[in-house]
Design a protein around this ligand. Structure first.
Ligand SMILES: *[C@@H]1O[C@H](CO)[C@@H](O)[C@H](O)[C@H]1NC(C)=O
Length: 210
């Protein structure tokens, strides 16, 4: 009779646990145990139940709120940790680099994104999504579709900064401080290519023909 009395008491206790688990968990509840299970006071769980879980049958743990798994080894986070974040303890996510916020739902680009770039996640990695006229990890490099030649540097979308002696949208036009004469062409800074029969630095000399 004494053992039967104990059995009833344990059954009541177990039912109460199940009841609490179902009521407090809602749809986010961890994997629960069916109502009306039998709590076995001699039950052995090996490996043991973790995080306050109760061993209710041989190798069956009843987990406390916030934990799940065979031995209640996993904390659960609701909403789930996003972007590869790990649930450290109930409701507490550890985020991968580049992510932040309570659920690792915020993407964070180190150093920010410049020139109108937007920080987004690409395959789990935070990246700047740059406007079409900018590139680079922070959208820091302007794009000059025409190219910047002869040592020119693209300083703003479509704008080249040219070294001395070069002009034009792509730094493609050489400058000769004195003009090339007689149909000669300025091919690099202060260098003329002359039309025959002319020669000289500025194509000012006529070669003698034999
Ligand atoms: C639980 O396991 C023990 C041995 O570890 C065994 O003696 C007992 O009968 C088992 N209980 C049930 C209900 O299977």
């Amino acid at each position: 009779m004494v053992s039967a009395g104990h059995g009833s008491a344990f059954f009541l206790f177990a039912s109460l646990l199940a009841f609490v688990g179902i009521c407090s968990g809602g749809s986010d509840a961890p994997r629960g145990v069916a109502v009306g299970f039998v709590f076995d006071p001699k039950a052995k769980c090996d490996p043991p139940c973790e995080h306050g879980g109760v061993c209710i049958r041989n190798n069956t743990c009843f987990c406390s709120k916030g934990y799940e798994g065979e031995t209640c080894q996993y904390a659960n986070c609701y909403p789930k940790c996003k972007n590869g974040g790990e649930c450290l303890r109930p409701g507490k996510c550890r985020c991968l680099p580049g992510f932040g916020g309570r659920y690792c739902h915020k993407v964070m680009c180190d150093g920010g994104c410049w020139n109108g770039g937007e920080c987004i996640a690409v395959n789990g990695v935070a990246k700047c999504n740059c406007p079409s006229s900018w590139s680079g990890s922070k959208c820091q490099h302007a794009i000059c579709p025409q190219g910047c030649r002869n040592g020119g540097i693209c300083v703003a979308p479509g704008i080249c900064s040219c070294p001395e002696g070069w002009l034009g949208g792509a730094c493609h036009t050489a400058v000769c401080s004195r003009p090339c004469l007689n149909g000669g062409k300025c091919i690099s800074p202060n260098k003329c290519r002359c039309r025959p029969p002319f020669s000289g630095p500025h194509c000012e000399e006529r070669k003698k023909l034999h």
